[in-house]
Design a protein around this ligand. Structure first.
Ligand code: SF4
Length: 346
């Protein structure tokens, strides 16, 4: 079964199907922006968020882009519209700033698949091997790791080690992707995965290819390797956006989360951009609503706190990632600027 683009657009605009009257949405957006300015706050929004939550952002991007935006902000308060580990990353980069997560239910099931004890046991099985943790992990797991990575820079980070054997946690989809790019390395890959990206099956891809035979198939490496091996291009969220934006073809099948698809449908309305069905929708990314953002801002609720005994070590894994990948941690690439600034695509 496939979904026509018009139906997809309708579903995506309405989030979980609950439509907020237009005037309320507009007044909420205006009030949020007014308070953001008054409180010298900044709103960082992941591109998997609802479109209306993207509309009130100062910066929209993927994990890496938002980490960079967090590293360079002069705001006193960071309102993070993403999942918990992303807000933790912002806090690790801004120890003295207030970081708010509008809805605390917004966790990441993949990050929850590995605990500190799980990682210690994994390390004990492979003594001496350095640990690379995907940014989709808790501060505690980051503190037990040597360096952090994102899907944009995972290959670069893993290849920076002189050791042949490297532990990669927690995402097996991305881990296999990195292993296949670095055949001289021996990766020991943890058995975590993204339930949203793993929902996409090879059969779903075949169905869509039949429906759109001219389409270019684009996948995120968090998908099952059996799925991303069917794609014409595999890349991180920001790389997918750039690839589709710059490509001369008009039809694309996107094997990734629907928020990215919705954003590209809106930004590139002259192209046909579809995904599989059922929609690969991460429910954890959709908890934040305009009302919860406003509440968080007004009342300073849901502040992110990180245990003192893990803070410094966890922050070091992120700093080390930036040291490996770029000379300037605050360098702004892969970032979609929000409505307060003109679009910048590096
Ligand atoms: S899309 Fe997957 S990896 Fe991203 S927050 Fe949702 S469950 Fe976690």
């Amino acid at each position: 079964m496939v979904v026509e683009i018009t139906k997809q657009k309708h579903d995506l605009q309405n989030g979980n199907g609950k439509t907020i009257p237009q005037r309320d949405v507009q007044s909420l957006k205006e009030e949020i922006r007014k308070i953001v300015k008054e409180k010298n706050a900044v709103v960082l929004t992941h591109i998997y968020q609802r479109l209306e939550v993207q509309d009130i952002a100062d910066h929209i991007g993927d994990s890496l882009a938002l980490s960079r935006a967090a590293a360079r902000t002069n705001a006193d308060i960071i309102v993070f519209c993403g999942v918990h580990f992303m807000a933790e990353t912002a806090k690790l980069l801004n120890p003295v700033k207030t970081v708010l997560l509008p809805d605390l239910q917004s966790g990441c099931p993949m990050a929850d698949m590995i605990s500190v004890d799980d990682l210690r046991a994994f390390k004990a099985e492979h003594p001496g091997a350095p640990v690379v943790c995907y940014v989709n992990s808790s501060a505690g797991v980051k503190a037990e790791s040597d360096v952090c990575c994102t899907s944009t820079n995972a290959v670069q980070v893993v290849s920076s080690f002189k050791e042949k054997e490297v532990l990669f946690v927690p995402d097996k989809g991305l881990g296999v992707w990195v292993q296949e790019r670095l055949p001289d390395k021996k990766l020991h890959i943890y058995d975590g995965f993204c339930p949203t990206h793993y929902q996409i099956t090879p059969k779903d891809v075949f169905v869509m290819r039949e429906k759109y035979p001219e389409a270019v198939v684009v996948a995120h490496p968090e998908c099952d390797p059996e799925v991303w091996r069917l794609a014409d291009f595999v890349g991180s969220t920001s790389q997918i956006y750039k690839f589709v934006s710059n490509h001369s073809k008009e039809q694309f099948i996107i094997l990734s989360e629907q928020g990215l698809v919705a954003r590209m449908q809106r930004d590139m309305s002259h192209k046909t951009i579809v995904t599989t069905f059922p929609l690969p929708l991460c429910p954890n990314m959709k908890y934040h609503k305009l009302e919860s953002v406003l509440n968080s801002l007004i009342n300073n609720v849901n502040e992110i706190e990180i245990r003192a005994d893990v803070f410094q070590k966890a922050a070091q894994t992120i700093t080390k990632m930036f040291e490996i990948t770029e000379s300037d941690p605050a360098k702004n690439t892969n970032l979609w600027e929000g409505p307060r600034k003109q679009a910048v695509e590096a």
